[in-house]
Design a protein around this ligand. Sequence first.
Ligand code: AMP
Ligand code: ZN
Length: 476
Amino acid sequence: MTIKLFNTMSRKLEEFKPLNPGRVGFYSCGPTVYHYAHIGNLRTMIHNDILKRMFLENGYDVHHVMNITDVGHLTNDEDDSGEDKMEKGAARDNKSVWDIAKFYKDEFLRDYDDLNIMRPTDMPHATDYIAEQIELVQKLEKLGYTYEIPGDGIYYDTSKFAAYGALTGGALSGNRAGARVEFNSAKRNPTDFALWKFSPVGVRRQMEWDSPWGVGFPGWHAECSAMGMKLLGNHFDIHTGGEDLSRVHHANEIAQSEPITGAPWVSYWVHFSFLVDKSGEKMSKSSGEFLGLDALRRRGYDPMVYRYLILLGHYQTQLAFSWDAMDAAAAGYKNITRRVADLLMDNAPGDVDATAVGAWHDKMLGVISDNLKTAETLVLVQEILRDGTMNAATKINLFEFIDRLLGLQFLDRARRIVERESADAPAEITELAQRRAAAKVARDWATADDLRAQIDAMGWSVVDTRDGFKIVKKDE
Ligand code: AMP
Ligand code: ZN
């Protein structure tokens, strides 16, 4: 199947050609574990997962690396200034940096699992690759790309790398002037960035290491170059991240890596657009109400509804989050699982029609392989449900594929509905329901309503059907 992805580097939709037949290596910039992930971060992780599932369904062997940033990410990314996010988070939580790294990583992985995102093949921590990061800086130093700002750190001289900023359309030096607060005036060029930061004099940081240049810690960008090269090699297929990363973080990763690899480091750069709020503001850890997956769980949403909402959009388009959008997604998701439950309860499912399964499989895989058109695959899901020519067994078989491809757990949720509905109601509930039916026949609506309320309060609901009623256990 032809696979097409939008490559930020060429600004074109390109046909994917693997470096090694049948294999794909991809690196995703992962979370900085100083706080809970917000649902914007999680949007990016869901798109990573779709990318991976698309390759798996196309028969590829996928090597996915996602780093855990537990050091070196400063509050001002563009100027390597401000506080270390990790140290700041530790002070806020009154814990050690190591403790918060573990805590927020575990919380992140809980969200990851609840959203049914497949775990990466490797999940390296920046702090486990300090030696590799020092080695990277040493290599760049030898090649003449670095300079020292006394009392501050070792910096990368971006003027030495002719292709600097190619990812976002070329030289950036003018680009950033005036964009932000004043730049570190000791830097040779505004776009230069720290490779190694010295620990401030007289301050003992919780995370610091010896290096040939003095005690300190790596600049944030160094980890992705060092770990990417170590785990995926000097040239790998795909590098992903949120749209904010292309201009600085990924520009810097390329500048650090390519003088060493001597050739393009990554074949395809894929960036996912932001989740924004109603006013178009980027969802961030500091903006307004903190929206983590937990805020959604607390309001009673199944995490799958959030995943469904994300897949209704395209990765190259910003998505505005609102509770109305969540409600609409919840209704859409429920509608599908209800219909899948009906398929599971079909008394005459028939035999699987392998030809029909093959045709729909190819159609859906074709759509998702064409630049990850998730919304269009969901339209096909509706078509499958509506199709009058396929029996229940065939449709259920297709849903096994749909769940593998989109990870939306339709069958699992449908099975829960079936379980709930087939749970035998206790005798007292059945009796109340019978009395309600009698009250209805007697047109005693008040009694009928009262009995319904009693049944409801006991965790069941009574549903009127063509030939009587059915008692169903309510959602937990
Ligand atoms: P961080 O934890 O801030 O290092 O970010 C982890 C990932 O989430 C990165 O790939 C970011 O680009 C991405 N990200 C940050 N904010 C958003 C957002 N509002 N929408 C989508 N992705 C985001
Ligand atoms: Zn990165």
